[in-house]
Design a protein around this ligand. Structure first.
Ligand code: NAG
Length: 346
C-alpha cells in the first residue's frame, strides 16, 4: 500500500511535469481577453496591465492582428482561438492551406510564433455549432501538420475548447461520460490529443450552473466555498463544483481509454453584476480561489498533484456581448486598469 501510494505520488508529479512541458506552466493562471466591446483599452495597455499583475498567459478568441504583436512583445504566452468560421477552409485545405492560414494570421514566424502555446481550434462547436463539427478534427490535424512542418509542434499544442455540455453525465464525478451523440467527433479528437501531448480544453462556469439550478447547485458549492464536502463520490469528497466538473471530464477521458490526457480549463469566471449572485464579493471569492490554487499547483481529488491549467474569463467587461445581463460583467479589471474587486495573482 505504501509503495502504491508512493507510486501514485510519483505518477502525479510526472503528470504535472509532462503537463508543464506540453503547454505553459499550469501553476500560473492565464486570463482571457475577449474584445466584444466598444470601450476596450489599447492592446499595449492590456498587455501592460497583465504584466503588472504578474500574469504571463492570455487567451485570445481569434488571431487579432492588433493584439497578438503587443502581447508577444510584452512576453505573454498566447493561446489563440481559431474561429469556427475558418474550420471548413482549414479542414478542406490540407496542411499546406493550414500553413497558409498560420502565415496570413502572423502565427507562423517571428515573436508571435515564439510566444504561441496553444491553438484552440473552434470554440464550443459541439455545443452550439454542429454545422462545423465534421470539420473540427480534420482542421486540427492540418494545423498540427502545418506546425510540425515549421518545427513548432513541440511548443504549440493543438486542441479545441468544449462547453461542459460535452458531458452527458457528470454526477457523481466518477460517472462522468461524454455525450454518446458526439463520439464520432470526440473519439478521433482524443486520439489526436493523446498522440500529440495536447490537453482536453473545457469551458466551465459553476456560476451559470448555480443560476440555472440554484436548488441543486447552492451558491457555496458553485463558489467552491463549502465548509463541508457537498458531494461524496466513493473515497473522494467535493466541496466545489469546479473540482467536480474537472473530475467528471477526467472520468470520461478514462472511460474512453485516454486517462493520460490532461484537462485545461480554457474559460471560467464569475461576473460582478446582472444577477443577485453576481457580486464583486462572490467574483473575488471564486476567481481569488482559482488564482490561489493555480499558484499553489493544486490538483483535483481524482488527480491530486496534477495542477489544472486555468484561464480566467475575462480581463475586462465586454459591453458588446449579447444575452443575459451578467454576460457583460465578467471583467476582472475596469477599463482604467483598476481591479473590479480585491484579487491578487502573485
Ligand atoms: C476566417 O474567419 C474570418 C472571420 O472570423 C474571415 O474574415 C476570414 O475570411 C476567414 N478566413 C478563411 C481562410 O476562412
Amino acid at each position: 500500500m505504501a509503495t502504491l501510494r508512493f507510486g501514485c505520488v510519483l505518477l502525479a508529479a510526472l503528470a504535472a511535469l509532462l503537463a508543464a512541458a506540453a503547454g505553459g506552466d499550469p501553476g500560473k493562471i492565464g486570463v482571457c481577453h475577449g474584445r466584444v466591446g466598444g470601450n476596450l483599452p489599447a492592446p499595449e495597455a492590456a498587455a501592460a496591465l497583465l504584466r503588472s499583475n504578474g500574469i504571463t498567459k492570455a487567451r485570445l478568441f481569434l488571431p487579432d492582428p492588433a493584439v497578438l504583436p503587443a502581447f508577444a512583445a510584452a512576453g505573454i504566452d498566447l493561446t489563440v482561438g481559431v474561429p469556427n468560421e475558418n474550420l471548413t477552409f482549414l479542414s478542406a485545405a490540407g496542411p499546406e492551406g493550414a500553413l497558409q492560414w498560420l502565415r496570413s494570421n502572423g502565427l507562423a514566424a517571428g515573436p508571435v510564433a515564439g510566444r504561441l502555446r496553444y491553438l484552440a481550434v473552434g470554440n464550443e462547436v459541439l455545443y452550439n455549432n454542429q454545422f462545423y463539427a465534421p470539420h473540427l478534427v480534420p482542421a486540427m490535424r492540418n494545423l498540427h501538420a502545418a506546425l510540425a512542418s515549421l518545427g513548432l509542434d513541440g511548443a504549440v499544442k493543438v486542441s479545441s475548447a468544449h462547453a461542459s455540455s460535452v458531458l452527458a453525465s457528470s454526477y457523481p464525478p466518477s460517472a462522468g461520460a461524454f455525450d454518446a451523440a458526439q463520439m464520432d467527433v470526440l473519439r478521433p479528437m482524443l486520439r489526436l490529443l493523446a498522440d500529440t501531448g495536447a490537453p482536453f480544453m473545457l469551458n466551465a462556469y459553476p456560476f451559470i450552473s448555480h443560476v440555472g439550478d440554484p436548488a441543486n447547485v447552492p451558491l457555496a458549492y458553485a463558489l467552491g466555498a463549502s465548509d463541508e464536502p457537498v458531494v461524496r463520490d466513493g473515497a473522494l469528497a467535493y466541496a466545489g463544483l469546479f473540482d467536480a466538473t474537472v473530475d467528471a471530464v477526467v472520468a470520461a477521458l478514462e472511460r474512453e481509454g485516454f486517462g493520460g490526457v490532461p484537462v485545461a480549463v480554457t474559460e471560467t469566471g464569475w461576473p460582478t453584476a446582472g444577477h443577485p449572485a453576481a457580486t464583486p464579493e462572490n467574483a473575488a471569492a471564486y476567481n481569488g480561489r482559482m488564482a490561489e490554487r493555480a499558484a499553489r499547483g493544486v490538483g483535483t481529488p481524482r488527480r491530486p498533484g496534477a495542477p489544472v491549467e486555468v484561464f480566467l474569463f475575462d480581463l475586462y467587461d465586454e459591453d458588446g456581448k449579447t444575452g443575459a445581463e451578467f454576460e457583460r460583467h465578467f471583467g476582472i479589471f475596469r477599463a482604467d486598469g483598476v481591479k473590479a474587486y480585491n484579487i491578487n495573482f502573485a
